[in-house]
Every structure is written in structure tokens, then in C-alpha cells.
Write a protein that binds this ligand. Structure first.
Ligand SMILES: [Cu+2]
Length: 133
């Protein structure tokens, strides 16, 4: 009656959906009955939106407006020769510090949903917007 069991399991997986990956491997992968595919400490592979990038080029942030999930690690790449920063205004929710020309820095998006304006501290007319939701 393995077929029936597999069938039931598939239904469960379908219902469990995304939660499946978060729960321990036992819930999802123990079906083959034999060799427990251990390894892989559950470091929860991040969802697709968990990495984001801002590129600074010609004294502009690109994209000028970026939406990310809370806590997303955002890489800021400076493709200019001039140093820049990506610094949240007001809230001071994040700040890359000075990024030398050709270098990158990262910051973590705030945990709180909202819209965060940021600027380059060195060239304060450079403006960007980070939306967290
Ligand atoms: Cu700048």
C-alpha cells in the first residue's frame, strides 16, 4: 500500500506548500523509507526576494525605487569612480558608509514595513527609495 501512502503524502505537501521548506526535512523527504538524506543543516534557503541590489552609476541609484522583504540583505555596488553612500534619511534605518569607487557594500533592510528614503551622504542630491513590505 505504498502507493496510497505516497498519495496522501503528496496531498499533504501540496497543502503545506511553502511551509514545507521551513519545517524539518523529516516532514518532506522521509518518503523513500531507506537512507535518511541527512546533512544540510536547516539554514532555510531564502526566498527569491531575499537578495537585492542597488547599483550606483553616474551619480544615480538604480533602481531609484526598490521593494524588498523585511530584513533583506541589499548589496550596493558603486560603479562610479567617486565614493558614494546609501544612507537612509530621517529614520537612519540603514547606512552603507562610504563605498569607494568600484566597490560594493551591503546593508540589511529594516524589519519594519514602510518606505525609506535614502541619499548619498556625499552628494545629497542623489536620492533613492527603499520600500519594505
Ligand atoms: Cu555620492
Amino acid at each position: 500500500m505504498t502507493a496510497l501512502r505516497v498519495h496522501l503524502r503528496q496531498e499533504r505537501i501540496t497543502v503545506a506548500g511553502a511551509a514545507c521548506g521551513l519545517l524539518a526535512l523529516t516532514a518532506c523527504s522521509g518518503s523513500s523509507g531507506g537512507s535518511p538524506s541527512t546533512s544540510a543543516p536547516v539554514s532555510t534557503p531564502p526566498p527569491a526576494s531575499a537578495a537585492a541590489q542597488i547599483v550606483i552609476k553616474d551619480f544615480m541609484f538604480g533602481p531609484a525605487s526598490l521593494t524588498v522583504a523585511p530584513g533583506t540583505v541589499v548589496t550596493v555596488r558603486n560603479e562610479d569612480k567617486t565614493p558614494h553612500t546609501a544612507t537612509a534619511t530621517g529614520s537612519q534605518a540603514f547606512d552603507t558608509g562610504t563605498i569607494a569607487g568600484g566597490k560594493s557594500a551591503i546593508f540589511k533592510a529594516p524589519a519594519a514595513a514602510g518606505t525609506y528614503d535614502y541619499i548619498c551622504n556625499i552628494h545629497q542630491y542623489m536620492k533613492g527609495k527603499l520600500t519594505v513590505r
